[in-house]
Design a protein around this ligand. Structure first.
Ligand code: FES
Ligand code: FES
Length: 239
């Protein structure tokens, strides 16, 4: 009977196949379980945190110590943030308005220039109540932006006559009783003023067609056409 080989488990030296066999002396855990390399990594991380914390403290201190700049007061009359200074020439008078560039010409006339003669009906380009002339051409002022008409000549119902003298169309509308509630009337008259400068057939049907973009809920169409034709005939453009 032979003696059993000595037990390896009793040895403190790890064998060549053990997990720690490739580590140097500095990798071996000490009595507290942290190797030298682990200790150095931890120390570096701690140092980096300390530096970052120091930077943050410095940044906060710099922020606190810097005086907060006082808000600068814009010169009186200059546009607020989001506004533009817009020059509008309305009824032969120059105006400079500070407007949000999204403001329609209709709103600029009514709300900013105090010219309520131009009416807001549908605000969607369907009724013609907001018709004005821009450089002599009739347009729906609810469908265009005020900023698009800088330097152009805008004419509203307030500027159609000459001083206290009514425009012939205004006189004709009164004489032909071409209005009932009157809400559509400024738009009808401005549209007719544009029509007078456009090619248009001589008969009533041509006038009706040319004014078809201006609705009248009161149904005053026959009298409106009669009023327009009376002005055209005095101007020699209708029978
Ligand atoms: S308000 Fe402009 S078309 Fe109706
Ligand atoms: S007169 Fe009333 S809508 Fe034309």
């Amino acid at each position: 009977m032979s003696n059993p080989p000595p037990a390896k488990a009793a040895s403190m030296d790890p064998g060549p196949g053990s997990a720690s066999a490739g580590r140097g002396v500095e990798d071996r855990p000490g009595s507290d379980g942290i190797g030298r390399r682990g200790f150095l990594s931890t120390a570096s991380a701690v140092t980096a945190c300390a530096v970052l914390a120091g930077d943050a403290r410095a940044a906060i201190a710099a922020t606190i110590s810097q005086p907060t700049p006082l808000p600068t007061t814009p010169p009186p009359g200059s546009p607020s943030p989001g506004e533009l200074a817009i020059r509008l020439r309305v009824n032969k008078v120059e105006h400079t308005l500070n407007l949000d560039p999204r403001v329609t010409l209709l709103d600029a006339l009514r709300e900013n220039l105090g010219l309520p003669g131009t009416k807001k009906g549908c605000d969607h380009g369907q009724c013609g109540a907001c018709t004005v002339l821009v450089d002599g051409r009739r347009i729906y002022s609810c469908l265009t932006l005020a900023v698009m008409h800088e330097g152009l000549e805008v004419t509203t119902i307030e500027g159609l006559g000459r001083g206290d003298a009514l425009h012939p169309l205004q006189t004709a509308f009164i004489e032909h009783d071409a209005l009932q509630c009157g809400y559509c009337t400024p738009g009808q008259i401005m549209s007719a003023a544009g029509l007078l400068r456009e090619p248009c057939g001589a008969d009533d049907e041509a006038v009706r067609r040319q004014l078809s973009g201006n609705l009248c809920r009161c149904g005053a169409y026959p009298n409106i056409v009669a009023a327009v034709q009376s002005v055209r005939s005095s101007a020699g453009t209708a029978p």
